[in-house]
Write a protein that binds this ligand. Sequence first.
Ligand SMILES: [Zn+2]
Length: 224
Amino acid sequence: MAEKIKVLFLFLLFPFVYSAGQEADNELVNPKDLIPDIIIDLKYASSDHKFRNLPEGDLALPKFYTSNECLVLSIAAKMLKTAQDSLRNIREFNGKSYPKGIGLKIWDGYRPRSVQYLFWDIYPNATYIANPENGSKHNRGGAVDLTLVDLDTGIELRMPTAFDDFSEKASHSYNSLPSDILINRALLKSVMSQVAGMLVYDAEWWHYEVPGAGNYPLLDFQMK
Ligand SMILES: [Zn+2]
């Protein structure tokens, strides 16, 4: 009994100790700090990216980000590390050899909410672009868009579509594809969901998010 009272007293006195873990997960961090061999290629920091297969065709985009610095919630960075630590051990997969293993290439992580408004102006289709009024999981740092690469050469593994191809081919339920592509997509899905613990988004094979991502705060600042 005395022990219980002491614990309760400590909790009342130092509530921050018990919430410290949660607060740390709220922080935005650069996944490269935790995973030095992860590849960061933020497509919205480049002026050479398109939204593909919109009703009117492909649309070239301006540069939306001020730098290629990737940020994600610290809980997301930990999950990405778990995924990359597992992928790095692969030496043979799908009929190919990977002398340094397989790794992740990130195309987008945290995205300022003001950019979400610009995306919505371009293509207000909630399957592919979250309505900025509610905000995207990306605006909270809780979502990542990514693919797999050969860690030896940096070459991307073959996947169903390019990033931001807004067609049915981007869906996990689209299976009219060569078997090596289906197998690569399945590897990304199993590592990100079953090994790392992220959630799958059916309409976009490249998008993964942390459970409860919608509960983190909406943010709007540019990367340095
Ligand atoms: Zn996404």
